[in-house]
Structures are given as C-alpha cells and as structure tokens.
Write a protein that binds this ligand. Structure first.
Ligand SMILES: [Zn+2]
Length: 278
C-alpha cells in the first residue's frame, strides 16, 4: 500500500542519528512521499541537501510563526531564491500562533526566540502566502488559537491556485467549509486522539474525502503507549521521539474513525497528496 505523509520534519535533531534506518523503514512500508518542512532560514539548506539523498522527500521552505521574530532582514529574498532553485518545493511551515504569546520568557520552549506579536506574524505569513500564490506552490499552514486572524489573511491575499494545507487541523467545525472553499486541505495526526482534543477529532469524521491528508509531524507528536510501533531513543530533553514510520498508525486510526477500510482511504489520500504537492 502507498502511504503519504503531508507534514513532518525529517531534518530535526532527534532523528539525525537514525536517518538511514528511518529511510529503510519508510521504503519498506511503502511511503512514497513526505513533505519535509524547513521552519527557518538555517534549516532550508539542510532540507535541500536531504532532498538530494531521499527521493520520497517533498521539500518545503518557510518561516514558522515561532521563528518569525528571529528572521534576518534579507529573509524574503533568500526564500524566493531558494524556491526558484527548487522548482518542486513548496512554502511552509508558515502561519499564526497566538498560544506562544502567553509563554513566560524563561520557558525553555522559547529559549533564544524573540516572540513576534500577532500583527507581525500576520505580515510575515501574508508575504509568504503571496509568494506561494505567485510561484504556484502549495502552502503548509500552522495555526494555534488564531483562526479568525487566519481566515482574515487568507481572504485578503492571493492564495495558491493548487490549494494549501491546514496541518493537524484543530480549528472549529463551523469554519471547515469556509476554509475548504478557499482551497484548504486538512491533515490528521494522532495527537488529535488525546481526550482533550475530542471535539477536534470529530471534525475528521466529516471533512470531505477529497480534502483529507495524513501526517506525523515527526519527530513531534508521537502516538501514545502501544500505538507507538516504531520507538526511538528519547530526545535530549527526555521527550518521546516520533518515528516518521508511525504514519501507518495515523492512517489506521483515521480509517477507524471514518469507518472506511484502509484499502479505500490510502488511495484517496494519495490522490489528494499528488493533487496538492506533486
Ligand atoms: Zn510541523
């Protein structure tokens, strides 16, 4: 069976020592494509280099809302040049994050970051959305607690004709149709199985099959307990590392949720992946 991971970060540090084994596992499982998202300027060349060695990587370059405040003065020029040098690459991970604004400055998750206010995040997001539209690339979008602002930027700016991904969609049910009308695809990940996300999980029963994608967001968001079929050694901070081969677990869980056999779900998701990213 052919599988596709709509959103992950193969280049992140916790996966580095295991790259060869991960590559072999993905090939064995039938993973035909995975979008690997560089989230700041330093990561773009790393993702580009990995793309040369792994034919399943679909590269994506962007400035993540967490990295927005630390971008260089020439970031936009560099992003355009990087995209032009990689005609198969997309734009991401980009977006808006209001949750990060409430973290205390001494929180280790924001160590070394200048947290950009939402208005600045909106400007940087809009500029990248326009670039994706101009160059006909898909956009991979991260959004946390900023759904109204996201809708606003999407409506006021040119959008990629091929569409865009709302990765790990955790927004309100009533916004799904409006986002879909603007060209949205929605990717499922296993974090939505956590009890606190119950209402978000229900969304994925109803999202139209033609707009459905599946992701790991590896190395983050590992499946809980026995669902984690591809355990890796913990990261430096002790957290559990999500092996990208757990994409098969995400497919299985989504198939159960929608009451659709995997043999039907996987080709549909594959078609959607190719329409948006290939
Ligand atoms: Zn991500």
């Amino acid at each position: 069976m052919n599988l596709h991971d709509a959103h992950q970060h193969f280049h992140f540090e916790p996966l580095t020592p295991h790259r060869a084994a991960i590559d072999a596992d993905l090939r064995r499982l039938g993973v035909k494509g995975a979008v690997v998202n560089g989230t700041n300027e330093e990561e773009w060349p790393v993702v580009a280099r990995l793309t040369r060695d792994h034919d399943w990587i679909v590269p994506s370059f962007g400035v993540h809302p967490w990295d927005c405040g630390n971008r260089s003065p020439g970031w936009e020029k560099t992003l355009r040049a990087t995209l032009l040098a990689h005609p198969r690459a997309h734009v991401g991970e980009i977006g808006l994050d209001r949750w990060i604004l409430d973290l205390k400055p001494d929180d280790p998750r924001v160590a070394g970051l200048r947290v950009a206010p939402l208005e600045e995040q909106c400007e940087v997001f809009a500029a990248q959305l326009r670039l994706a539209a101009e160059l006909s690339r898909a956009a991979s979008i991260h959004c946390v607690q900023a759904w109204g602002a996201l809708m606003d930027v999407l409506k006021k700016n040119p959008r990629p004709a091929r569409g865009f991904l709302l990765h790990g969609y955790a927004g309100p049910a009533e916004m799904i149709k409006n986002f879909a009308d603007l060209g949205a695809y929605f990717s499922f990940n296993v974090q939505l199985l956590e009890p606190r996300h119950k209402s978000r999980l229900d969304n994925f029963r109803h999202i139209p099959a033609k707009r459905l994608l599946v992701e790991t967001d590896a190395p983050t968001k590992p499946p809980a307990g026995a669902l984690n079929r591809f355990p890796l050694p913990p990261a430096a901070d002790g957290s559990t590392v999500n092996h990208p081969a757990n994409i098969v677990v995400a497919y299985e869980q989504l198939a159960l949720l929608r009451g659709v056999p995997l043999e039907i779900l996987a080709p549909q998701v594959g078609q959607n992946f190719r329409r948006l990213f290939l």
